[in-house]
Design a protein around this ligand. Structure first.
Ligand code: HEC
Ligand code: HEC
Ligand code: HEC
Length: 331
């Protein structure tokens, strides 16, 4: 009984003394990094083969992680990131990462944010406030096409882990990385780690936006996607202006009266839709927007229905959609 009490007391002392002493203390953070973290992590130096490292490099850790994630990681509230351990060739470290107390973790996060910056990391060209659900699904396609799935796990619709377990899990990437770091990493992963199998150099800026943005939605509960059809351009849409857009860009296939008999219709299979027969006024907004912006293939229709997102400005898209909605109401 007495021993039990004593233990309780010393535990209390241990827990309460440091918080008062250490909170926000740079000297303390530096000491921990030098005496503990540096046993495994590098905080300076050039990117090097992971087979010479014990743990992921942290020289850019001040710009890489979202602060709440970093703190959760340091206090041991996150699961390991590497399903086969970081050094899968050795599997010596498969246990739990060292755990800090909350005050210590906060002090470390503050210190890292100040100290381990990377001047290559600039503000991302991706604006997540205009990122749409369709863009995320196009990003998910790129994730498969570019073999990302081969080495990084994500979750399927049922929440099961899928993909090769050779590198870091990405199903929670949207809560872990900063958009700026990840955008710069994607530009050329070799600048950070020579062993990355990621290759995105041949894709367009538009597709880069899709894959970068897609990762930033992973694990984010109720991510708020942008809905272009609720934008100002759509509120100000004008069917009359849209009629001109239709004549210029759509009539060639869909015909002047929307009968599907434009000169470009010849030789197309399936034929361009007969707009005159379709109740386009009743079509869902997101469907029509995605069809016209990303082309037929984005909604499971023929790829011969072109992708207008790169050709037409937002206002013209809104106008032509207003035109087809007000003109074609079905038979
Ligand atoms: C015994 C070796 C060891 C020590 C000591 C250690 N770490 Fe780690 N750390 C690792 C390993 C291994 C991983 C990768 C673990 C995993 O997710 O599978 C890791 C992962 C991390 C990550 C995530 C890295 C990423 O981007 O994938 C951070 C951040 C981190 N450690 C910070 C620290 C800090 C700060 C300290 C000191 C308080 C520290 N670590 C001490 C071995 C260590
Ligand atoms: C051949 C395997 C392979 C493929 C394919 C691959 N990666 Fe990686 N990726 C890695 C390795 C290895 C690293 C470095 C981290 C490590 O040592 O495991 C890495 C690092 C990353 C990181 C940074 C992780 C961190 O915490 O530092 C991200 C994000 C990432 N990859 C995304 C992607 C995306 C997106 C794709 C597809 C375009 C992709 N990767 C394709 C192996 C791969
Ligand atoms: C190069 C020919 C071509 C041009 C130009 C074209 N379309 Fe299409 N469009 C098609 C084809 C082909 C289909 C039929 C797709 C299918 O049935 O799989 C189609 C189908 C459609 C549909 C019906 C989709 C559905 O769910 O049935 C709409 C609406 C549409 N296009 C709008 C437009 C608008 C608006 C423009 C001008 C901005 C345009 N199209 C320009 C070829 C074209």
């Amino acid at each position: 009984m007495w021993r039990f009490l004593m233990r309780g007391v010393s535990l209390l002392v241990l827990l309460s003394v440091p918080s008062g002493l250490w909170a926000g203390d740079d000297g303390f953070a530096e000491k921990i990094i030098n005496s503990q973290c540096k046993n495994c992590h590098r905080f300076e130096g050039q990117p090097t083969s992971k087979f010479e490292l014990k743990a992921p490099d942290l020289m850019w850790s001040g710009v890489k992680y979202q602060r709440p994630w970093l703190i959760r990681w340091l206090v041991g509230q996150e699961s390991n990131l590497y399903p086969n351990s970081y050094r899968w060739d050795k599997s010596t470290f498969s246990g739990k990462h060292m755990v800090l107390m909350h005050e210590e973790a906060t002090a470390l996060a503050d210190y890292m944010e100040k100290t381990y910056r990377d001047s290559r990391v600039k503000k991302s060209f991706v604006d997540m406030s205009t990122f749409t659900e369709m863009e995320a699904s196009l990003g998910a396609d790129i994730y498969r096409q570019y073999s990302c799935m081969g080495c990084h796990q994500i979750k399927d619709d049922e929440g099961k882990n899928i993909g090769g377990p050779i590198s870091v899990d990405l199903f929670d990437a949207g809560n872990r990385y900063t958009l700026d770091w990840w955008s710069r990493f994607a530009e050329n992963p070799q600048d950070f780690t020579p062993h990355s199998g990621e290759y995105l150099a041949d894709i367009s800026p538009r597709k880069a936006r899709h894959i970068i943005g897609y990762l930033m939605t992973l694990g984010v509960k109720d991510f708020k996607f942008y809905e272009p059809w609720n934008s100002a351009a759509f509120k100000n849409a004008d069917a009359k202006r849209g009629g001109k857009v239709y004549k210029e860009y759509c009539v060639q296939c869909h015909g002047p009266q929307g009968k599907g008999d434009g000169p470009g219709a010849k030789g197309l299979d399936p034929k361009p839709a007969v707009h005159a027969d379709l109740p386009l006024a009743d079509y869902p907004e997101d469907y029509l927007y995605n069809l016209v912006y990303y082309g037929g293939k984005s909604v499971g229709k023929s790829p011969n229905m072109p992708d207008w997102g790169m050709t037409l400005p937002e206002q013209s898209l809104a106008d032509v959609i207003a035109y087809v909605r007000s003109t074609f109401k079905g038979q």
